[in-house]
Design a protein around this ligand. Structure first.
Ligand code: IMP
Length: 434
């Protein structure tokens, strides 16, 4: 087995960064296929927290090649800072980063438009984007006026693309009150050419790189960003991101065929969170939601926004598992659930509605309180060093095992890994990734 896809099974923030970081130790290549610096992947290395937004989470292993695929949108200023930060910690060697020539580039005017649109939308219509320019950059790509990494290497192509963007966006920028200089093409050409210098040593055909690596028996890990329910086509549209975050996104976003993929693992928290607007059936308002947010430190890694929190939604998880054809589930933050006085779960919706068929807008969850949780000793059991050393499902406390059984029963996907704390050591693995 040499190609593994790891994707989010909820609305993002499932703990993919940590899981990928753990699994990447065995990988020769870690590649991202979608999204941009709207993502924030939190890693804990030697007790220190590192948040990456663009560089794949495998960046800390010497020799592991980190690839940014064509399906991504890249803000080169953010990328540059991230590289500097990682290198300052000796975490990224010079030769390890590769960027697809076909990835698209986020310019400051994309960020500006993103923010101004959000500001001008009424509360009911706000998407609650991360304001990083991700949506406008994908919009330009679909409209065939996007700037790709390869365009940064040829001044005439770059200027032509920027002029097209100016013609399209100037009226809107003007209406939204942006300064006249927002789309100064010559200044942007200069900026873009500078970025070209930064990226030139890293550019590649990411599809060929991954294809050849898999074909030669290397282990390749495809790292998802966001989650299934934020997928542009299959998520809670229009409250979604602008790319395909499900496993199918690997094929288009990297440029390889589906027959090369061996496994798809989905990551889910033991409960659910969401940032930004849009439906969230099991959302907890009031004190219960606050308690869960505080217990899980649920604040956005990218924007710092407080995340809405709620119980695990099994119909939604089943839907996500189907969308990506998951054959393994990783359940994170079980330790957080153990801190709560009561735990509930949603096994179905009223009127037996189905998220795939009926959407998420109008469903009402049927909640059930679970036995055995709320015992203060549960959290202590999960943090006991002996548990980590054993790495056996039988060693987990009874209520936790029953919880995992319930997840498997509803999703028909085996639980292959659980995380019981932020540190890499606080991970139990029940199956091989490769
Ligand atoms: P955008 O991707 O910045 O356009 O934001 C669109 C929606 O996706 C908003 O609801 C964001 O909060 C959400 N979103 C984007 N990236 C992430 C992420 O990495 N984690 C969680 N939510 C995200």
């Amino acid at each position: 087995m040499s190609a593994l896809v790891v994707v989010g099974a909820q609305w993002g923030d499932e703990g993919k960064g940590k899981v990928v970081d753990v699994l990447a130790e065995q990988a020769h290549v870690v590649a991202r296929f979608a999204g941009g610096n709207n993502a924030g992947h939190t890693l804990v290395v030697d007790g220190q927290q590192i948040i990456t937004h663009l560089v794949p989470s495998g960046c800390r292993y010497p020799g592991t090649r980190c690839v940014l695929g064509a399906g991504m949108v890249i803000d080169p200023d953010v990328f540059r800072k991230e590289i500097e930060q990682l290198r300052a910690r000796n975490l990224l060697q010079a030769d390890e980063l590769r960027v697809s020539l076909d990835a698209h580039v986020i310019f400051p005017f994309h960020r500006l438009v993103d923010g101004l649109r959000e500001d001008s939308a009424g509360d009911a219509r706000k998407i609650g984007t991360t304001r990083r320019g991700v949506g406008p950059a994908y919009e330009a790509k679909a409209a065939r006026r996007g700037v790709r990494v390869r365009d940064l290497l040829r001044e005439s192509d770059l200027r032509e693309r920027l002029l097209k963007n100016k013609a399209t966006l100037d009226p809107e920028l003007h209406r939204l009150g942006a300064p006249e200089s927002a789309l100064d093409v010559e200044a942007l050409v200069e900026l873009g050419l500078g970025w070209g210098q930064l990226l030139r040593p890293m550019v590649c055909d990411a599809g060929a790189l991954c294809h050849d690596a898999i074909r030669s028996g290397q282990r390749v890990l495809f790292e998802g960003a966001q989650g299934a329910l934020l997928d542009l086509d299959h998520g809670t549209y229009p409250y979604v991101t602008s790319s395909n975050s499900i496993a199918g996104g690997v094929c288009t976003g990297i440029g390889i065929g589906p027959t090369l993929i061996d496994r798809v693992w989905g990551i889910t928290k033991a409960y659910t969170t969401r940032v930004g607007g849009g439906p969230f059936p099991t959302r907890l308002l009031g004190e219960q939601g606050t308690r869960l947010r505080e217990a899980g430190a649920e604040y956005g890694a990218t924007t710092g926004r407080p995340r809405d929190c709620g119980w695990l939604d099994l119909p939604a998880l089943r839907y996500a598992a189907r969308l990506s054809g998951m054959d393994g589930l990783c359940v994170t933050k079980l330790d957080v659930l153990a801190l709560l006085p009561k735990v509930e779960i949603c096994e179905s919706y009223e009127d037996d509605l189905d998220p795939g068929r009926d959407g998420f807008e109008h469903v009402v969850p049927r909640l059930r309180t679970l036995n055995g949780w709320g015992d203060p000793s549960l959290a202590a059991q999960l943090s006991a060093p002996g548990l980590r050393a054993a790495e056996r499902r039988e060693d987990l406390p009874g209520p936790v095992r029953a919880y995992l059984d319930l997840i498997e029963e509803h999703t028909e996907v085996p639980v292959v890994l659980v995380s019981v704390g932020p540190d890499r050591a606080q991970t139990l693995r029940f199956a091989d990734a490769f």
